[in-house]
Design a protein around this ligand. Structure first.
Ligand code: SF4
Length: 356
């Protein structure tokens, strides 16, 4: 587990990313806030359609029309407000400050260039390193991500590498930019379990060596447990629970988190097959005037249909929050509903102001 010094390198506040189609407005990321501290790994976990990858693309400045980040959203990286940057300025942040590793390495590698050329190109564009120095640095980068016989491998093409080796090469390309912050989006999903474990170990080692901060995105609770320091659970565009990893797994509070934890394969599920959560994540195409998890929630009660939950503190300490109307415990239903009304985040989309 990473050592964090509790100083945020990234602060996301009230982030709203919406997509305008002819028929509807999809609130893919609906008013979320979280921090990533220096040197730590923060996980975002949820099923497909929960808004995880749109969150990553919002931070990277990669939202294209008909998508838009609404006014009132804030993404602060090293004290700099990213939502106000020009495309040119954003490119320089992507080139040096923040690197991104996608699920499929083929999205990041060009099949017609050798691995070596692609790493050297990245060294040239981002750090001005060329010639023999670039070759030496490229070899050193491939070695640092555990690719044996690195000098010879430089002249090979992506199709000559296995899936795991290509993902390592992509990580080497990212490291060529000397980023302080990495966003990794389902980096191990396409890989078999052994290679997946190796890539996770590699990320942990690199983080330790380089004091990297990592935002790790996955649908897999087992992977989240392995790599994260703190976790945000996303559902239908919203963060429904956030906690340090130990607290989340020892004491999950939101019914969705409980259901996700039950999907982790274990001894008891091997015979019955892998558990899944019944139903699907709804498309968040209307304001959250109710709990979006209600149709799938075994603990839903009448008020869940008409009251939107806000993140309220749960458990001990001030680091565990859940957006569920069952909390805070020990209060009457009327008191709990009042508490959730008080904690509602402000929104720019429904007031008619910020998205005009
Ligand atoms: S607010 Fe209601 S429906 Fe939503 S998670 Fe809590 S109990 Fe379930």
């Amino acid at each position: 587990m990473a050592r964090s010094n509790a100083e945020p390198i990234l602060s996301v506040r009230n982030l709203q990313t919406v997509f305008y189609t002819e028929h509807e407005t999809i609130r893919a990321v609906d008013n979320i806030s979280f921090d990533v501290n220096r040197g730590e790994t923060v996980g975002i976990v949820g099923e497909s359609g929960s808004g995880k990858s749109v969150t990553a693309r919002s931070i990277m400045g990669m939202i294209e029309s008909p998508g838009r980040i609404l006014e009132g959203s804030s993404i602060e990286f090293e004290g700099r407000e990213l939502t106000e940057l020009t495309n040119e300025e954003y490119r320089s942040v992507r080139g040096s400050g923040i690197g991104m590793v996608f699920q499929d390495p083929r999205n990041s590698l060009n099949p017609v260039y050798t691995i070596g050329n692609q790493i050297k190109e990245s060294l040239n564009v981002n750090r001005g390193i060329t010639g023999a120095e670039a070759t030496r640095e490229a070899i050193s980068l491939l070695e640092s991500v555990g690719i044996p016989d690195a000098e010879r491998r430089l002249s090979e093409y992506p199709h000559e590498f296995s899936g795991g080796m290509n993902q390592r090469a992509v990580i080497a390309m990212m490291l060529a930019c000397e980023p302080e912050f990495l966003i990794v989006d389902e980096p191990t999903t396409a890989l078999d379990v052994t290679i997946q474990a190796q890539i996770l170990d590699l990320l942990k080692e690199l983080q330790e060596e380089r004091n990297l901060s990592i935002l790790f995105i996955t649908h897999d609770m087992g992977v989240i447990a392995d790599i994260s320091d703190r976790v945000n659970v996303m559902y239908a565009g919203q963060i429904v629970e956030k906690a340090p990893v130990e607290s989340l797994f020892a004491n999950p509070q939101h019914p969705y988190t409980e259901a996700l934890i039950e999907t982790i394969p274990g001894e008891e599920t091997r015979e019955e097959g892998l558990r899944t959560i019944e139903g699907e994540v709804p498309t968040p195409n209307e304001p959250a005037t109710y709990c979006r998890f209600a149709p799938r929630c075994p603990k839903a009660f009448d008020a869940c249909e008409t009251n939107p939950p806000a993140n309220v503190p749960v458990g001990e300490g001030d680091e565990h929050f859940a957006a569920c109307l069952l909390y805070p415990e020990g209060l009457s239903e009327a008191e709990r509903l009042e508490r959730h009304r008080e904690h509602q985040p402000r929104t720019g989309i429904d007031s008619g102001g910020a998205d005009e």
